[in-house]
Design a protein around this ligand. Structure first.
Ligand SMILES: Cc1cc2nc3c(=O)[nH]c(=O)nc-3n(C[C@H](O)[C@H](O)[C@H](O)COP(=O)(O)O)c2cc1C
Length: 397
């Protein structure tokens, strides 16, 4: 009798172990087809998708809240926001602060998710915008278009705002980390690496843009190695987020396979219902063909990627000149040499006026063929990611 009980018991144990192994295997398999969660200083983000900040007025509270509601990070761009809040006062700088406060509060009202702002170092009112964002308790500040070397100095006691620089190289990553650690005993909560296929201003020389040595796929492993090394030295983790030319779930899988912990996408979010740009601006995205995408020299002093327009043809032909500098919005812009006023032309484009403006866009803009909701876009990206994983699995067997 004892022997029978003993044998049955061992069979149950064997069966239980087998069951556990199968369960783990199935769980791993299901999870393997899911994107990994992104963690920025304790903020958990799933799917690990950041909607890139887009000025002027392209990503405000409407788009940011919609993205945050899907689990990603919704990012407001306050670049030139004072132009959009002209009715508030006669003072551009005051209108910028007011507009940013309004947009952050609206986004908070419409979402409980993670909301960030994107503040370009080149903006003349950089400090003002950073301080306003921290005062409003923004979750994350993304900062690029220059090196945000003194960003941590604006943090106030008790503030929970995370700081994320946007860089284009491992060198810039090291420089920022060293400066922040030495001067403020602070390290970035994450790093965004923007490659040369991105829309907007590019942190590369014109001749580097098409050079494979500067491709996102080359830079990502270098920045990940640097961030890991610094993280190990100081006992922390610095996740790296890849940006520029990422368009599908397959692209997300590939770049995360190279060590990125998340992605930042701009162009694909423009053709959404919730994007804050006008229908005219979105239509320019839908109409764009591959050879309409061009590299321009921006008055900010950096190259940029944009969709061709009548206005850009005139700029190239040397036919444009800014009459006045209305607000001195960019630190590095000189009215005496700038071929046009960037803030005026981007505000015109926001409203769909391409006679006086142009739309920034990433290299994949020509692939946009319909307007979808942010919810639909997230579902598509997750589906594409899963399908690509399935394809990889089939190839493996
Ligand atoms: C219309 C437009 C405006 C942008 N404006 C800004 C900006 O104000 N500040 C910034 O750091 N990046 C800006 N970007 C870059 C995005 O935040 C993002 O990193 C980039 O678009 C990613 O590349 P993708 O468009 O290929 O996805 C802009 C991009 C676009 C398309």
């Amino acid at each position: 009798m004892n022997e029978l009980i003993w044998n049955t018991r061992s069979e149950v144990v064997v069966f239980w172990n087998y069951y556990q192994i199968m369960l783990n295997f199935m769980f791993e398999k299901v999870n393997y087809k899911k994107m990994k969660e992104l963690n920025i200083g304790g903020l958990e983000i799933y799917p690990p998708i950041v909607q890139g900040g887009m000025g002027v007025g392209i990503s405000l509270s409407g788009l940011a809240a919609a993205v945050a509601n899907e689990g990603g990070i919704g990012v407001i761009s306050p670049a030139g926001i004072g132009f959009l809040y002209k009715h508030h006062s006669r003072d551009y700088l005051e209108n910028c602060k007011y507009g940013l406060t309004e947009e952050i509060r609206k986004a908070r009202q419409n979402s409980n998710g993670v909301i960030g702002v994107n503040i370009m170092v080149a903006l003349s009112n950089y400090a003002d915008l950073v301080q306003t964002s921290i005062f409003e308790g923004i979750d994350i500040i993304f900062s690029g278009a220059g090196l945000p070397l003194d960003l941590p100095k604006y943090l106030t006691p008790g503030s929970k705002t995370k700081l994320v620089p946007i860089v284009s190289s491992a060198r810039a990553t090291t420089l920022i980390c060293n400066k922040w650690k030495t001067n403020y005993d602070y390290l970035p909560d994450a790093i965004v690496v923007e490659g040369p296929k991105a829309g907007g201003h590019l942190g590369f020389k014109v001749e580097q843009i098409e050079d494979e040595n500067y491709s996102l796929e080359r830079i990502i492993p270098e920045v990940v190695a640097t961030a890991n090394e610094i993280g190990e030295k100081y006992g922390c983790t610095i996740p790296v987020i890849a940006a520029g030319g990422i368009y599908t779930g397959e692209d997300i899988e590939k770049i995360m396979g190279m060590g990125a912990s998340g992605v930042q996408m701009g162009t694909r979010f423009v053709t959404t219902v919730e994007c804050d740009a006008s229908d005219g601006f979105k239509q320019a995205y839908l109409d764009a063909k591959k050879n309409d995408v061009r590299i321009i020299k921006s008055p900010v002093g950096m190259p940029g990627r944009a969709i061709s327009s009548l206005f850009l043809d005139e700029v190239e032909a040397g036919k444009t000149r800014p009459k006045v500098c209305p607000v001195n919005c960019i630190r590095t812009c000189d009215i005496n040499t700038a071929p046009y006023c960037i803030i005026a032309s981007l505000t015109a484009a926001l409203r769909g006026n391409f006679r006086n403006g142009y739309a920034f866009a990433g290299s994949n803009v020509w692939r946009n063929d319909k307007i979808v909701t942010v919810k639909e876009l997230f579902a598509t990206l997750l589906q594409e990611f899963k399908e690509y994983k399935n394809k990889l699995e089939l190839a493996f067997y």
